[in-house]
Design a protein around this ligand. Sequence first.
Ligand code: NAP
Length: 494
Amino acid sequence: MTTSTITLKERAAAAIAAVPTGLYINGQWSEAASGARTDVLNPATEEVLASIADGGPQDAQRAIEVAAATQKTWGRTPPRERSLILRRAYELVMERQEELALVMTAEMGKPLAEAKGEVAYAAEFLRWFSEEAVRIGGDATLSGDGKTRILVTREPVGPCVLVTPWNFPLAMGARKIGPAIAAGCTMVFKPAHLTPLSSFALTQILAEAGLPAGVLNVVCSSEAGSVVGPWMSSGLARKISFTGSTGVGVKLLEQASEHVMRSSMELGGNAPFIVFEDADLDAAVEGAMIAKMRNMGEACTAANRLFVHRSVADDFAARLAARMSSLVVGDGIAEGTQVGPLVEEKALRKVEELVADARAKGAAVVCGGERVGNAGFFYAPTVLSGVSSESALMSQEIFGPVAPIIPFDAEDEVLALANDTPWGLVGYVYTRDVERGFRVTEALEVGMCGLNTGLVSNPAAPFGGVKASGLGREGGRVGIEEFLEMKYLALPRA
Ligand code: NAP
């Protein structure tokens, strides 16, 4: 262990110790009504990092009642006031970028450099929506017969239920909390129990930035349904904004139907990454490294199926394997680490099973293909070639550092393969032919496309999918609309 690693570990321990570990309701940190607590583990070492309050139905009820009671006053605050809170929170997050990144790496596993990148990405949502808070628009028109003035204004939708996954522990919360604050909505928020500390740290920062008590209420639980269920059935929440798997999203949509709640769903993906024969192969390999390896492959945007034209497939596989096998796997806090552990044992087992299945169905391992070490949940960056369309990883999110390469011969063929999935979050296309670039990206059934780039996430852009990948968009100019309701006022005109 180097001196710099020891120092970083000490700093990480101090940063974790400074994060509150209770429930946050009405501006107060408290224990769960049951007194229960649950542990948060470090996936690189399997050590316990912290113990947090384990919320249940009673806590959920208290939180939603506070959010509902606070909505009226909060919804009437001047937009500039809400904007300044978000702006101050943005500045505080950036001031504490290092500390927040250390907490995130410890609880989730991603390398420290990536964690710092996520902190900046999360902060940008706070800044972006601080700017949107004062730009909420309306509309004034005349009816066709000229007899009615039509005034359209926008109001906060009301108390919101926010539920986020573990893979981007800070950004997924910021992408919802930012627009909710900007729009004037109160919130009950349940972060993933595997990675709650980043959300607690953000909550602490928002309070410091001046967010009034009762606006944001946070309850984490080892039994998600015991907290989110009561919120959905309470009749007090007007909206659900969820990021996570399609399976859970569908359950929440069913629950939302009881009270006809507005629903935003950022769900799973099965992204095609298409490389045509005329592509700049160096750029395509670079793009694949980003689209596949960001977050160790644990991203909804991860390239899940790499379709490469048969004439360049072997060359592409060899170049990608050279890059993948040179990556340094290890504890995300250690200097030089490029690939951290998967988030938990179950995730590691799933990747092992998917690779075994692909091999049994004829795939060849070009590099990797196995677990690394015995402690921590590490899996080697892996390239598989000649993957059969019958393999389970073609129809499931891999959520790990595994790049399956599937050769294709014709544009129509690859489009049919790419669209042959219930999901439609993102697609990536590499070609030097501009006309083909437009044709193929237009034909892909996705909400987002990268043309000659492996990265689409951007706070200024509308993030979201079609088909089983979700409903609505987060970020960009439309992000705030998800938290606003239109009201139309009719005025007769003499
Ligand atoms: P998940 O299992 O669906 O969990 C997401 C959140 O829902 C967590 O907070 C989880 O709590 C909670 N949850 C689980 N069961 C629930 C239930 N019955 N009722 C209410 N809430 C429940 O997904 P994940 O494994 O955390 O995240 C990975 C998935 O998220 C992938 O499918 C990925 O593609 C997707 N994702 C999508 C986007 C996007 O923007 N489209 C972004 C990131 C991730 P606990 O974790 O505490 O159990």
